[in-house]
Design a protein around this ligand. Structure first.
Ligand code: ACO
Length: 444
C-alpha cells in the first residue's frame, strides 16, 4: 500500500481565534485571525479588497503567509528549524538523505519496508533516457551547470509524460523517487559535459551520495573512492538544504505548480530561482569573496567595512537572512561538519581560517549586531564542498539536489489541498495614467 502523507488523514483544523479590526477613515472591517500550531498568528486578508476596496502591500512578501503548510517550521528569532516536527540537529549524527526525503514527502519517518521500497525505486531509475545525451551535447562547454540542470529537469517532462497527472498516490511516489534519483545523474552529466569528459553511468550498488561522486569523478578505467567522512558530510549538506519553508525557490515551485504545471516544470523553475546570488548562488559568492581575501585583493577588515558602506553594493556574503535574526542553525552544524571533514581528511584550507576571522569581526561589529546579521547556511557549506572536490560552479547544483525533496513535498501539499488556488498577487500600479497612442515621427 502506498503511503499517504501522514497529515492527509488528519488535517489540522484551521483555527480561527477572534478578529482583528482594521479602521480606514470612517470604515471599519473585521478580519479573522488564524493560528497555526506554532509561530506567529496571521490576519486573514483574503477578503480585504472585496470588503474595503484596499489591497495589502508587502514588498518581497516579508510579512505574508502565502499558504498553510505542515512541512517545515522555522523560528527565526530562536534559530529553530524542524522538518515535520523533528529538530534538524537530530539528523546530524547519522545523516541519511533518502530517509529525510521520505519524511518531507510523506510527513513521518518511513518504516523499514517503506524505506526499502523507496530506495529500490531510486536505484532502479537512476539512468536517464540515452537520447538525453544529445541534449547535453548541444550545450556549449562553457554553459553554467545550473542552466543545464534546469533545462534538463524540464526535458525530463518530455520523457516521462506518464507523470503529468499525479492524482494516483503510487504514481506520485514513483515520480518523486525518479526525479530525486535522476537529478543526480543530470547534475553529474552536466559536470562531465562542461569538462569534456565521458559520461559515467550510475552504479546500482552505491548509496545515493557515493553514486553521485562516482558519476562525477570516476574514470572509465578507475572507480572513484569516496571517504566515509565525505559521504557523510555531503549527506548532511543535502539534508540541511532539503527544505526551508516558503523561501524564494520553493515559493516559485508552488507558484508555477499552482497553475497546474507538472512536477518537472515546477521543479525546473525552482532551479532557476535558486540560481540567484541572493539565494542558492550565495555559496559560490562566499567562496569568491574568501578567495579574494586569500589572494590578497582585500583584507577581511576592509571587506567588512565595504559591506557596511551604504554607498557600495558589497554585502558580506553568507551573512544575513530574511527569517533568521540569530544564528542559522544549519550554519552551526555545517561549521562543525567543516571542522570534522577537514580534520579527518588532513586538509588545511586557508579559506576556513578566513571565514572564521570574518565571522569573528562581523559578530562583534555593531552594524552586524544591530542589523541581526549572522552566518547563514551558505557561509561554511562551500568549504565542505571544496574539500569533497566539488568545483565551485557545481555548488548551487548541489544545493538544488538537496532542495528537491522539499520542492516536491510543497508541490504535493499544494496539490492535495482543496482550497489551493492559482497564485496571482496584485500590484500597486505607479505607471502612466491613460495616455493616447501617438506614433513617433517616422516610426511607421
Ligand atoms: N551584508 C551587509 N549588510 C546586509 C547584509 C549583508 N550580508 N544583509 C542584509 N544587510 C543589511 C541591508 O543593507 C539592510 O540594511 P539597512 O536596513 O540599513 O538598509 C538590512 O540589512 C536589511 O537587508 P535586506 O536586504 O532588506 O534584508 P532581506 O531580508 O531582504 O535580505 C538576504 C536577506 C538577501 C539574505 C540578505 O541578508 C543578503 O543579501 N545576504 C547576503 C547574501 C546571502 O548570503 N544570501 C543567502 C541567504 S540564505 C539562502 O538563500 C539559502
Amino acid at each position: 500500500m502506498f503511503p499517504q502523507t501522514a497529515s492527509a488523514h488528519s488535517p489540522l483544523p484551521r483555527t480561527e481565534d477572534g478578529n482583528a479590526t482594521l479602521t480606514i477613515g470612517e470604515q471599519s472591517c473585521e478580519l479573522p485571525i488564524r493560528r497555526g500550531t506554532e509561530g506567529a498568528p496571521a490576519i486573514d486578508i483574503t477578503n480585504l479588497r472585496s470588503r474595503t476596496g484596499y489591497l495589502s502591500f508587502d514588498n518581497g512578501y516579508a510579512n505574508t503567509a502565502s499558504c498553510e503548510s505542515q512541512i517545515t517550521y522555522i523560528d527565526g528569532e530562536k534559530g529553530i528549524l524542524r522538518y515535520r516536527g523533528i529538530p534538524i540537529e537530530d539528523f546530524e549524527s547519522r545523516p541519511n538523505f533518502i530517509e529525510v526525503s521520505w519524511l518531507l514527502l510523506f510527513g513521518r519517518l518511513p518504516n523499514r519496508e517503506e524505506y526499502t521500497a523507496f530506495s529500490r525505486e531510486l536505484v532502479a531509475h537512476a539512468d536517464i533516457d540515452e537520447s538525453m545525451k544529445n541534449l547535453f551535447a548541444g550545450f556549449p562547454r562553457t554553459a553554467p551547470p545550473m542552466a543545464i540542470l534546469s533545462a534538463m529537469i524540464n526535458a525530463l517532462s518530455c520523457f516521462h509524460q506518464e507523470f503529468y497527472e499525479l492524482d494516483d498516490p503510487s504514481q506520485f511516489e514513483k515520480a518523486a523517487a525518479q526525479i530525486i534519483s535522476k537529478v543526480r545523474t543530470l547534475a553529474a552529466f552536466a559536470f562531465r559535459r562542461s569538462n569534456g569528459l565521458p559520461y559515467i553511468y550510475p552504479d546500482r550498488r552505491l548509496p545515493y551520495v557515493v553514486n553521485f561522486l562516482h558519476m562525477m569523478f570516476s574514470n572509465t578505467y578507475e572507480q572513484h573512492l569516496c571517504h566515509d567522512a565525505v559521504a557523510d558530510a555531503l549527506s548532511l549538506f543535502l539534508i540541511l538544504h532539503a527544505d526551508h519553508e516558503q523561501n524564494c525557490s520553493t515559493s516559485t515551485v508552488r507558484m508555477v505548480g499552482s497553475s497546474g504545471a507538472n512536477l518537472f516544470a515546477s521543479c525546473a523553475a525552482g532551479v532557476c530561482a535558486l540560481w540567484g546570488p541572493l539565494h542558492g548562488g550565495a555559496n559560490v559568492a562566499v567562496i569568491q569573496m574568501l578567495e579574494k581575501m586569500r589572494d590578497g585583493s582585500i583584507t577581511p577588515e576592509e571587506y567588512v567595512r565595504l559591506a557596511k558602506d551604504k554607498d557600495s553594493d558589497v554585502r558580506l556574503m553568507g551573512f544575513g537572512h530574511r527569517v533568521y535574526k540569530t544564528f542559522d542553525p544549519r550554519a552551526k552544524m555545517l561549521q562543525r561538519m567543516c571542522d570534522r571533514v577537514l580534520t579527518t581528511l588532513g586538509v588545511t584550507d586557508p579559506l576556513l581560517d578566513l571565514a572564521r576571522k570574518l565571522e569573528e569581526i562581523a559578530l562583534t561589529d555593531s552594524y552586524f549586531i544591530d542589523h541581526n546579521l549572522y552566518p547563514n547556511v551558505d557561509f561554511y557549506s562551500g568549504i565542505i564542498l571544496k574539500a569533497a572536490g566539488i568545483p565551485v560552479n557545481m555548488f548551487t547544483v548541489l544545493f538544488a539536489m538537496g532542495r528537491l525533496p522539499g520542492w516536491i513535498a510543497h508541490w504535493k501539499e499544494q496539490n492535495e489541498r482543496p482550497e489551493s488556488r492559482i497564485a496571482r498577487p496584485h500590484q500597486l500600479y505607479t505607471g502612466n495614467p491613460k495616455t493616447p497612442y501617438v506614433a513617433a515621427e517616422g516610426a511607421r
